[in-house]
Design a protein around this ligand. Structure first.
Ligand code: GDP
Length: 444
């Protein structure tokens, strides 16, 4: 996960202060020192760290924090709010043109992820806003760039405009826009050239492209792995092109966090989207508050719910709820639930979104857990319909057969049956309680 060591360190610091009935100024000072070190180690720009730490310290020693009934939690709230502010405060939305087409220019260094992000975002906006995109291949210097955009375009069924690599990129963009207008494309993505370093010739070219295309958004694509170097790059691009936002890529990797936490403060430009993988659907709008909560181990329940909503069939979910209520939940239903959860993505990712997951993460045994779930699935699949509906019938010889069929042991089968029994017992108690409270009518 991105920011893992930063998250671990900040969470350890917050844990110390959370439970305190009384928090002194010295405690706040100590916390501030630890936060400062954690941020510096995550490669956050030192000026950003300095003003950040100053702000949390000032706010945390404020009367209403230390004198409150839950000072530890109030201090953490301050840190969470400031962290959110640091990453841009409110989520910033996409600027779509009132008069079509919406034109989006992608700029950045080579390898940052421009081509990939242009295709991902075209796909995202097409889905979310029902647009008809065209992508213009204006990177004529990197040998494979045009081909790469064409490949992504054909994967996504999005047309790509190209004039090869012998025509001036400014002319390519001009003709591409004419094509978009002729074909009624209301969204135009322009993939531009990158260099290994910022240079003047490139900036001149980008300025000219900007002048002919009048973009609604100019996104700097930044590789999160490059740390705070990315901030210097962003500054240069911003001075010349007046960016409208940043797309931060490769947040699925083990980035320290420096770029993501510094870029907004230093450039004043918000991160609007983050790349979370190489696949075409691995692009998400950036929510500073959710990210701050995730870093502090407070979970990102909203993202979790969104993921669940995207992968769960509502009708089935209602049926499941009914089954839970009537306690007629079988091992088959259990298997289906496991499948639903797995559709949401790797467990490791889901776990990082859950509040308090930090406590579990130290165990670093998620791989084993995934395997255990494989085992549970295998065991349930080895059962007969009768056994799945009524686990009580599973006697010693049936257990032996199930273990054999699923490549597990009798002890594993016993454990699963016990867990399932306990779960049903718990549901029964829970349902009993809600029924009692609502006088036999749990549904309204
Ligand atoms: P460009 O030179 O700026 O156009 O960069 P590319 O779009 O070619 O991307 C460079 C490499 O980074 C490619 O191998 C991409 O698949 C990869 N990449 C881009 N975005 C992401 C991301 O969010 N996560 C991961 N893991 N890889 C990415």
């Amino acid at each position: 996960m991105a920011f893992e060591s930063l998250a671990d360190r900040l969470q350890a610091t917050m844990k110390k202060i959370r439970g305190k009935g009384k928090v002194s100024e010295a405690d706040v000072k100590q916390m501030a020192r630890e936060v400062r070190l954690a941020l510096l180690e995550a490669d956050v720009n030192f000026k950003v760290v300095k003003s950040f730490v100053k702000r949390i310290q000032e706010r945390a020693v404020g009367q209403d924090v230390l004198k409150s009934l839950t000072p530890g939690q109030q201090v953490i709230k301050v840190v969470q709010e400031e962290l959110t502010e640091l990453m841009g405060g409110e989520q910033t939305r996409l600027n779509l043109a009132l008069k079509p087409p919406t034109v989006i220019l992608f700029v950045g260094l080579q390898g940052a992820g421009k081509t990939t992000s242009a295709a991902k975002l075209a796909n995202y906006i097409r889905k979310m806003h029902n647009k008809k995109p065209l992508m213009i291949a204006a990177d004529i210097y990197r040998p494979a760039a045009i081909k790469q955009l064409q490949t992504l375009g054909s994967q996504l069924s999005i047309p790509v405009f190209s004039l090869g690599d012998q025509i001036n990129p400014v002319e390519i963009v001009r003709q591409g826009l004419e094509q978009a207008s002729a074909d009624h494309n209301d969204l135009v993505m322009i993939d531009t050239a990158g260099r290994l370093h910022v240079d003047d010739a490139l900036m001149d070219e980008l300025e000219q492209i900007k002048a002919v295309s009048h973009p609604d958004e100019i996104f700097l694509v930044v590789d999160a792995m490059t740390g705070q170097d990315a901030v210097n790059v962003a500054n240069t691009f911003n001075e010349r092109l007046d960016l409208t936002g940043v797309i931060m890529t490769k947040l699925d990797g083990d980035t320290r966090g420096g770029a993501a936490l510094s870029i907004r403060s230093v450039t004043g430009k918000p991160i609007k989207f983050v790349g979370m993988g190489e696949k075409m659907d691995a692009l998400e709008p950036f929510h500073p508050d959710r990210m701050a909560s995730r870093i502090l181990g407070m979970g990102d329940v909203l993202s979790l719910i969104e993921k669940a909503q995207a992968s769960v069939d509502e009708e089935r979910a209602k049926e499941m709820e009914q089954k839970l209520r009537s306690v007629s939940f079988t091992l088959d239903d259990f298997l289906e639930q496991i499948g639903q959860i797995r559709k949401m993505g790797p467990l490791q990712d889901l776990l990082s979104m859950m509040p308090g997951a930090g406590k579990l993460k130290g165990m670093k045994n998620m791989q084993i857990d995934e395997k255990k779930i494989d085992q549970v699935e295998a065991m349930i699949r080895s059962m007969t319909p009768l056994e799945k509906n009524d686990p009580e019938v599973i006697n010693a010889s049936r257990k032996k057969r199930i273990a054999l069929g699923s490549g597990t042991s009798i002890a594993d089968v016993n454990r699963l049956l016990k867990q399932f029994k306990d779960m049903k017992k718990m549901m029964k108690q829970f349902m009993g309680k809600t029924k009692g409270k609502k006088r036999g009518n749990p549904f309204n």
